[in-house]
Design a protein around this ligand. Structure first.
Ligand code: GLU
Ligand code: ZN
Length: 294
């Protein structure tokens, strides 16, 4: 183990672990361990109103029952507010970030791209949302699976929120600060986050961080192409199903577990996954219909 690579799994505790997040956990785990690297678990618990009671402990218990072992203690984003606020204060002083008091209604006609109304308004940050000024530039990267992906931050994204009006920190900000502080080198996650990545590249640039490598695995969707429905998402993975769900997750990732594994312990399945991890075998698509997995 003398690799300096580090991967991570970063669940949001808005519900229990479901099959889609098992796929992301397994992919990031296998990829990190295949490189002899570290694998971290980080709890992205920065939105308490959306948190399911008991979800944090239940997610960790399920990971444990499924044979996952992570390096070091779990990092909880809820304990990191001072760190996030210090970054925001710095950018406010530099004029890179600014307070925005626009109502949702006032922004409705702009289809999600902020029109810059408050850019030079000099509002007080108290009780206001904080937005980051974006440059009129394209930010792109080479995904290990999805190929080149880029966005024009000015016209496709706009100045985006890094702290909400209610004081909660935005996912985009927290994820980049934490990946930087935890020295994560290899990000493996669901393809729903592909279009967050250009924003995150810009945040890394502002923070002087090296860019990690990215691998966005297919997002599981319903046969009609819609996101997995709530009833499906809330169907929790049970410890009793560990073996069959891990094998199913491996097949979803295009890996070909041998028949012997059908009687293996979860930990052995994970070992097999790491030692046979093949990025080339992954389905190079952004979404996979759930019906095709059955
Ligand atoms: N917490 C995010 C989620 O569960 C994942 C963040 C990431 O991997 O960058 O969707
Ligand atoms: Zn505004």
């Amino acid at each position: 183990m003398n690799s300096s690579r580090t991967g991570r799994f970063a669940p949001t505790p808005s519900g229990l672990l479901h099959f889609g997040s098992l796929v992301a956990a397994l992919a990031s785990f296998a990829d990190a361990r295949a490189q002899g690297g570290q694998w971290l678990v980080r709890m992205e618990d920065i939105d308490p109103p959306r948190e399911a009671p008991g979800a944090k402990a239940a997610i960790l218990e399920t990971l444990h029952a499924y044979g996952f072992e992570w390096d070091g203690p779990v990092l909880y984003q809820s304990e990191r507010s001072n760190r996030y606020q210090a970054v925001i204060d710095h950018w406010l002083r530099q004029g890179l970030a600014y307070a925005c008091t626009c109502s949702r209604k006032a922004l409705e006609p702009y289809a999600g791209v902020y029109p810059g109304f408050c850019r030079n308004a000099g509002h007080s940050p108290e009780g206001a949302a904080i937005r980051l000024r974006v440059p009129e530039l394209r930010y792109g990267f080479q995904d290990r699976l999805q190929g080149h992906f880029e966005q024009h931050l000015g016209t496709e994204v706009g100045d985006f929120i890094i702290r909400r009006r209610d004081g909660l920190y935005a996912y985009q900000l927290a994820v980049v600060i934490d990946d930087g502080d935890q020295q994560v080198t290899d990000i493996v996650r669901g393809a729903d986050l592909l279009d967050s990545t250009p924003r995150q590249l810009y945040l890394q640039e502002l923070l002087g961080l090296p860019s990690p490598t990215y691998l966005h695995v297919p997002l599981l969707v319903q046969p009609d192409g819609h996101k997995l429905g709530k009833s499906y998402r809330s169907a929790p993975l049970t410890a009793a199903d560990a073996r069959s769900q891990l094998l199913r997750a491996l097949r979803t990732l295009g890996q070909k577990p041998p028949a012997e594994l059908q009687s293996a312990q979860p930990r052995e399945i994970l070992q097999w996954a790491a030692s046979h991890w093949s990025v080339d075998a992954l389905p190079g698509v952004r979404t996979l219909a759930e019906a095709s997995l059955l």
